[in-house]
Design a protein around this ligand. Sequence first.
Ligand SMILES: Nc1nc2c(c(=O)[nH]1)N(C=O)[C@@H](CNc1ccc(C(=O)N[C@@H](CCC(=O)O)C(=O)O)cc1)CN2
Ligand SMILES: Nc1ncnc2c1ncn2[C@@H]1O[C@H](COP(=O)(O)OP(=O)(O)OP(=O)(O)O)[C@@H](O)[C@H]1O
Length: 206
Amino acid sequence: MEHIGRTSQPDKRMLRREFLSVRNRLTQDDVDATGRALAERALELAELAHARTVAAYVSVGSEPGTSALLDALRARGVRVLLPALLPDNDLDWGEYAGPGSLAQVQHGGKMALFEPSGTRLGPDAVTAADVVLLPGLAVDARGMRLGRGGGSYDRALARLERAGAHPRLVVLLYDTEVVAHVPAEAHDKPVHAVVTPSGVRRFPSA
Ligand SMILES: Nc1nc2c(c(=O)[nH]1)N(C=O)[C@@H](CNc1ccc(C(=O)N[C@@H](CCC(=O)O)C(=O)O)cc1)CN2
Ligand SMILES: Nc1ncnc2c1ncn2[C@@H]1O[C@H](COP(=O)(O)OP(=O)(O)OP(=O)(O)O)[C@@H](O)[C@H]1O
């Protein structure tokens, strides 16, 4: 398995670089406008309308903005869980209690993240989520997601499966990041839907 993972890694790495270079050309205005449109579209999702607990994340840099969405969910009374990166790239979780409850954390050479500063609930807390909103760099027609390369969400998704939890999996992207095909490995799991500024697209697994 390790061997299979290694051989397809160069494809993924090159693709990640390409998608990131497109994102890096966006202005702060682009990112903010995307975030507002994304929040509007996501809030139309039936899955989110019924969710009591949503696992999300705080966007950084040129990622499509999530702060409008986080605040709208919280205003609806949804319990929003946010990830905190552990040293082995696994994810711990904490509750979102508003913009003031976030702490900026620099994890070594990785990107700086905003993480919940309150009580840590443990990696299994994600199994309580009705919907998981995932970051990514691209998604294909099967719903296979190209992630950041840390394997953090691969681990969280494996944990959900082990627990017999079946939340809806929704990736948040720019329109240009919905593509025909991304390379997938045995451990990759398809998502049910993608939300972009122009709308929601559902995948065969949905
Ligand atoms: N805003 C946000 N929060 C998030 C993620 C994310 O993608 N975006 N994560 C998503 O999993 C988790 C954190 N996991 C991370 C894993 C790796 C790197 C990172 O910096 N990776 C290197 C490249 C690694 C490689 O290619 O080997 C990099 O991006 O430069 C950052 C976060 C949870 N929180
Ligand atoms: N369930 C798992 N447990 C431990 N390691 C895993 C698991 N799934 C994947 N990995 C490892 O994580 C690394 C990154 O995998 P991959 O390139 O698919 O990341 P990604 O899907 O882009 O990232 P992310 O899941 O953070 O969005 C690989 O080395 C892979 O072997």
